[in-house]
Write a protein that binds this ligand. Sequence first.
Ligand SMILES: [Zn+2]
Length: 357
Amino acid sequence: MTADRTAPMPHRGCLPASTPPQLLVLVDTEEEFDWQKNFSSDARGVTAMKHQWRAQMVFDRYGVKPVYLVDYPVAVQADGYQPLREFLADARCEIGAHLHPWVTPPVEEEVGDRNSFACNLPRDLEHRKLIILKQTIEHNLGVAPIVYRAGRYGADAETRALLDELGFLIDSSVLPWTDLRPIAGPDFRHWSPDPFWFGGAERLLEIPLTTGFLGLFHRFGEEVFPWIGGTHGVRLRATAVCARARLLDRIRLSPEGVTLAEAKRLTRALVRRGEQQVFVISYHSPSLGVGHTPYVRTRRDLEQFLAWLDGYLEFFMGEIGGRPASAQGVYRAMDAARGRTLPQAAQPSGERRRAAG
Ligand SMILES: [Zn+2]
């Protein structure tokens, strides 16, 4: 991504100050593939979809409506979309879109690391893949997706323009404070987790993944992490050293690779700092099967995964006093609040993002 530094500062998406913390669950709903191997257009299995009900039951208990961000192999195969149709029939979920270019027709590109980020494709090809994905979701799930997340967070300013054109309302492809350039992806080092408006007439809302810093130096995370997490930092293993010493750790809100205790610490810290109104839990649907992702290798891992969801929701609705939210609900509430928000320049929290792109 090339951040356009001449672009005007985006307007932050805000809820009225009295709103309790809101929880969104965004699930990258996708085929199973070997995370250690090269990308392949042949890996299209969706056997983990028949296990999604286990997490869905946890969500049902807390009144949470997850957004299943569906990719092409899930949208086109009955084993993929059928379980979601059942949730949808009872209004227990929302449906969004997720693009893995290497398994989404037309596959005209050379399949590999670089082209696994859709924003690296020729725009016309990214556009055609998005259209086919959207149409397939509409055909087999009967709903027009309004929420999007790029596979591997491979979205940039031009992707956002395509989303605008295709009628999406929300993007969640920003991975705050993270530089993906070493693997040919976008540079989100200077992007905060604050939602913001973008697109023509600022019609679209970006809701980044909830990411934050923990540790003694958390206040300096934005300045320090790009350095220790950059090329030099990786070589020096600075990030691991800092995390182990509890000096500074970048945490994403997810049952994948983050303990429940860490997720709670991050949430408490963000609530205390008053920085976050909407919390986004993210994970990958194949984690509900055993052996498909690095995070769930055994049955015991799966039980822990489900216990994480249960434990976090109990904590969020209890101790934090939060509420389950829907993507559409957050959009509508932030849209309604727009007329009442202060102009960007007068906002006390300050805009830390260089450019919205
Ligand atoms: Zn994905």
